[in-house]
Write a protein that binds this ligand. Structure first.
Ligand code: KG4
Ligand code: ZN
Length: 360
């Protein structure tokens, strides 16, 4: 039976985190359980889809049970709806979450609400921890989503409405962090490892290229990997074509300096384009989401640039930037209230888009 308790149970399993959360009124986190597969995938230096799907199967029920205990909810029948990530992501992984959500809806007679994972990364900016108070982001806003698989800027004039301003033409920002991290012999995932290594850089004079792509809001990060390879070869005193693809044995100081130069380039481009987009559309708020938004240098850079222009920045705490189910619960609440419903035939949509370029 549907009710208007505002309580949304959310399930997220699109990539390598098995996550269940309960969120009230699209903002307040009652519980946020995430079982990470990072340790599992670090041996292979990346995600093996079949291994990820099996791990979701192993952890989904224990994660759901922990969420039930922590939420203080006596029965799932008190829920207003169940929200689930329908895409984008790995098909086999998505299916585990979708099947769990359908089962709960069938058992408790609840509405099923499909959520786009990328919309979730944006709506993470609405979330509040148990004791936290802060106003919701104001429209119009510019949202920068920077994750392992996506990098784009959208304008939101209103809730759930997106206009694509620009996107990566090749690698996602997180993908660049992961690839360069691997090249430098750092552990998986590369993002946090590069941030840590860069913080230890003494010399900060290694300048990596910036792909500005004219006055567009598009991004390109694939050249950074090539630039990093060139720098590493120079460091080793060998020719680029004689160099292996990853795990180079470099002195720690060189790793730190290269990590710093690479991160500085990514942060510079992301900050400049986001601020220019915000000024151009007269944004009242800048929202940043996705795993790379957990990067403290990026957060500070955007916050400093925006405060100079009196634009409010909302970046979730790092644990809510990386994949979690609370963000699906936040987006799911607004989607549910807007009437979004899926049937028991809901399918995984591995290549689902949030917004497509407008015709020129
Ligand atoms: O959003 P997310 O958890 O999963 C996707 O939907 O892709 O993002 C994962 C990505 C990875 O590429 C990871 O290296 C990156 O986010 N990441 C970071 C940091 N923490 C995670 N990148 C830079 N700095 C970080 N602190
Ligand atoms: Zn994500």
């Amino acid at each position: 039976m549907s009710n208007s308790s505002g309580l949304i149970l959310a399930v997220e399993s699109s990539c390598d985190e098995t996550a269940v959360a309960v969120v009230k009124d699209g903002r307040r986190i009652l519980t946020n359980v995430v079982a990470s597969q990072v340790a599992l995938h670090s041996a292979t230096g990346g995600i093996v889809p079949e291994v990820a799907a099996r791990a979701h199967l192993r952890w989904m029920i224990p994660v759901l049970e922990q969420a039930r205990q922590e939420s203080g909810i006596s029965s799932w029948s008190e829920l207003e709806a169940v929200a689930v990530t329908e895409g984008p992501g790995l098909a086999g992984s998505l299916l585990v979450g979708i099947t769990m959500a359908k089962t709960l809806c069938w058992l408790y007679d609840l509405p099923l609400v499909p959520v786009n994972h990328l919309e979730g990364h944006i709506y993470a900016a609405w979330l509040l921890d148990p004791e936290e108070e802060k106003p919701a982001p104001d429209f119009p806003l510019v949202a920068l989503v920077v994750s392992g698989g996506h990098t784009f800027l959208v304008e939101m004039k209103d809730a759930l409405k997106y206009r694509l301003l620009g996107q990566t033409v090749d690698d996602a920002a997180g993908e660049a962090f992961d690839k360069v991290g691997r090249l430098l012999g750092l552990p998986y995932p590369g993002g946090p490892a590069i941030m840590k290594a860069a913080a230890g850089a003494v010399a900060r004079d290694r300048v990596f290229p910036r792909a500005w792509l004219g006055d567009t809001f598009d991004f390109s990060f694939s050249g950074l990997k090539t630039a990093a390879r060139r720098e590493v070869a120079k460091e080793l005193g060998i020719d680029v074509k004689d160099m292996g693809s990853d795990g180079q044995a470099l002195p720690e100081s060189a790793v730190s300096e290269l990590a710093f130069g690479f991160q500085d380039s990514v942060v510079d481009v992301l900050t400049s384009k986001t601020l220019r987009a915000a000024e151009e559309i007269g944004a009242r708020t800048i929202v940043v989401g996705g795993g790379v938004a957990a990067n403290s240098v990026l957060r500070k850079s955007i916050e400093d640039a925006a405060s100079a222009r009196r634009i409010r920045v909302v970046v979730p705490r790092p644990g809510l930037c990386t994949d979690n189910a609370s963000m699906i619960g936040a987006a799911g609440f607004f989607r549910a209230r807007a009437g979004a419903r899926a049937g028991m035939d809901l399918a995984a949509k591995p290549s689902l888009k949030l917004a497509v370029p407008e015709p020129a």
